[in-house]
Structure formats: C-alpha cells, structure tokens
Design a protein around this ligand. Sequence first.
Ligand SMILES: [Zn+2]
Length: 279
Amino acid sequence: MFSKKGEFRDGIYLLNHPEVPVYLIRGKKNYLIDAAFTFMAPNIVGELEELGVEPHYLLLTHSHYDHIGATPFIRKNFPEIKVVASRRTAEILAKPKAIELIKSLEKEAERSFGEVSDLEFQPFKIDIIVGEGDEIEEFSVLETPGHTRCSVSFVFPEKKIIFVGDAAGVIEEGHIRPQFLSSYDQYVASLQKILKYGDFSLALGHGGIIPEGREFLENSLKKTEEFRKEILEYYEKFGDMEKVARKIYREEYEGLGLKQPKEAYMINLRAMIKSALNS
Ligand SMILES: [Zn+2]
C-alpha cells in the first residue's frame, strides 16, 4: 500500500495528505483527481507549484465535501483547468441546501484537523459532464454508484490505474470500511465492476494507492456483506434505527478511534443503515 506523499510510479503522485489525497497524473496532459477540503487549497496549489505542474483537468469522483472542497481555489490558480464530473454531481452542486451542508461540514472538518482558515467553500461550475463509457484524452469513465448516486470512477488504461473515490470502500486506521450510503445493491454491483480492473492499481479516496487492487476489492466485498448482516442483526434486536446507529458508533467510531468528524460519520452511518434495510 502506498500511503505517503510523493510519486507512486510512472508519473502518478499522491499529493496533499494520504487520508485526504489529491492524486496527480503526469501524462500527455496533467490530471488531478479529487480536491480534498477547502482549507487544504493553499497546500495543494503549493505542491503543484513546487512540482512545476500546470494541471489541465480536475476529475471529481463524487460530490462529497471532502473530495471537492478546494476546486474553486485550484481553478483560481489554474484558470485553464477543466473540471470533470458526473451529471448528478453537477445537479447536487446546483442546490443551495447542498452548498450550505458542505460549508458546515467543511468548518467542522477544519476544527477536527486543528486548522483555522478564512477560505470558505464556493459553488463552482462543472466544465465537462461525463457518464458511463466516456473517453477523454487518456482516461475513461465508469459509473460506480452506491456510495452516492453521483459516484464515478476514472480509468487510465495506459497507466494501469483506476481512481474510485469512495466507491470501493476506504481504509481508516488500517481497517477497510464499507461506504454504501445511497444503495447497498448498487454498491456491491459497482465493487464487482471495479473488480474487472483487479490487476490495475487502485487509488482510494482515503488511504492511498494499492499497487494491485484485486485482494483489497475482494476483502472489501466481504466486509460489505458482513457489515450489512451486522446492521440487520442489530435492527432485529433493537427494532430502532437510532439505537442501531448508537451501537455501531460506540463499537466502530470509538472502538477504532476514527478521526473523521462525528457529524459526518453519523450522517454516513444512518445512510448505510437505511441502505442495508432497503437491500
Ligand atoms: Zn464520499
């Protein structure tokens, strides 16, 4: 597992922070994948300037605040950059309520990282809307919903790497954590779709790059099924979603010592409980 800053191989870089990576591909063009938190923007831009890289594209895997935050500030520094995302991501970012939620989660994240920033998240325009099978320059697009309905993955066949955002789970404190927020069934189907690229490197939205994805993806599938089972068992026992949420919060969030903000964790957990009950 490559979970530090720097070059992974062949012009593929992990920038910013392994827990909230911004990936860079230097190919015929330069591509950034995801944009972390707003308050990390000066750091991201600084690293790009240090490398002397002008990015041509910024590919967004999904609309979550910890993947898009620095986008408007990256564009300010690199005005020619083209922002690429799914149609649903564009639709979500057009909603004032979503923008308010992103701003409030962003400020909570700042506090939990012990940062103070006077930057505030701003809505931005998507330049290129992509969907299943689209091919642009050196990458192609897979729709991989289930984490969110807006999730897409980006495949770079020549570099043998796939960027999946949170569609295949994340690694936190050394544990694989399932992320089926919008639909359990779609999440499993997306994991199986990504498994077709099992011999590619797998770049996660949190944790870093796995040199060859297959084993991780198989484990992630297993964990996903186990987590669903656990939720259903607790629900059977307690008959109440909020009690299930509190039980898992104590076991997982406190038990593993997760560092992500509690508010975001609880929003995601409640969504996963709903997905499991609807599966
Ligand atoms: Zn996410």
